[in-house]
Design a protein around this ligand. Sequence first.
Ligand SMILES: Cc1cc2nc3c(=O)[nH]c(=O)nc-3n(C[C@H](O)[C@H](O)[C@H](O)COP(=O)(O)OP(=O)(O)OC[C@H]3O[C@@H](n4cnc5c(N)ncnc54)[C@H](O)[C@@H]3O)c2cc1C
Length: 236
Amino acid sequence: MSDIIPTIQNGYTIPVLDHGFVRYIDHMGTDTRIVEAARISYRSPSKGADQDQKLLEYLWKNKHTSPFEMCKLTLNIKMPIFVMRQYVRHRMQNLNEVSARYTQLPAEFYLPTVWRVQDTKNKQGSVTVEQPPEWHQRQAQRLMKLCDDAYAIYEAMLADGVAREMARMVLPVNIYTEIYACWDLKNLMHFITLRDDGHAQSEIQEYGRAIKSICRELFPGVVKAYEKYQWKLVEQ
Ligand SMILES: Cc1cc2nc3c(=O)[nH]c(=O)nc-3n(C[C@H](O)[C@H](O)[C@H](O)COP(=O)(O)OP(=O)(O)OC[C@H]3O[C@@H](n4cnc5c(N)ncnc54)[C@H](O)[C@@H]3O)c2cc1C
C-alpha cells in the first residue's frame, strides 16, 4: 500500500441518472492515515507498504472501524427528492440542501426511459422484464405530462404571489434537489455497503457506485479491503 496522488481534483464530476451527479469537493486523509492512527495503539512504526495494506484489511475485516473515521470526504450531490429521502436516512453525515423556500426549483425531473415491474419475491424490490417499447413509452409519457402540469401550476402560483415554500407542494418527488455532504470514511463505506447493493433501489445504487468510484481514487486500499470483506462490516 502506498499513498497515491489522486487523479481527481475539485470539481471532478460523475453524472448520475439524467440530470444528477456526484461531484468531488475535497477530502482529508489517506489509506496511510488510517494505519498510522491504528498503530498509535502500539506506538509501532510502519513495516512497509504490504504490511500496511494487511493491517488495513485486518482492521476492516475485524470491524476496528474508528481509524477509518480519520478520513473525510466532501461531496456535492444532485439527486431526485425520492432518492434523497433514502439517502438522508444515513444520519452520520453533515449536509446542507438547496432551499425551495429561498429559490425557485428549476424544471429538472428524473424521467426514466426504462420502467421496472414489481418484484414478486422481494416485496420492496423491482425487476426489469421484457416489455414492448410502447409499454415503456406509455409510462414515460404519463410521468412527463404530470411533471409539465405540475411545473405549470408551480409557476402560475409563483406568478400569483404564492410563497415559494407553499407553491412547492405541487411538485412531484422526481424533481431534483442538491446538497453538500461531508462524510467520514467509516460511515461513507457503511452507506456504500447498504446502497451499492442489489437490495437497494436501483436509482440510489447508481449514487452508491459513483461515490464508491471516487473513494477508490482517494482510498484504494480501503476499497480493496471493503471488496474483500464487504459483508463483514454490517450484519445483513
Ligand atoms: C435496502 C434497504 C431498505 C430499507 N427499507 C426501509 C423501509 O422500508 N423503511 C424505513 O423507514 N427505512 C428503510 N431503510 C432505511 C434503514 O432502516 C436505515 O435507516 C438506513 O439504511 C440508514 O442506516 P443506518 O442507520 O445504519 O445509517 P446511519 O444513520 O448513517 O448510521 C450509521 C451507523 O451509526 C450508528 N447510529 C446512528 N444513529 C444511531 C442511533 N441513534 N443509535 C445508535 N446507533 C446509531 C449505527 O451503528 C448505524 O449503523 C432501508 C434501507 C435499506 C438499505
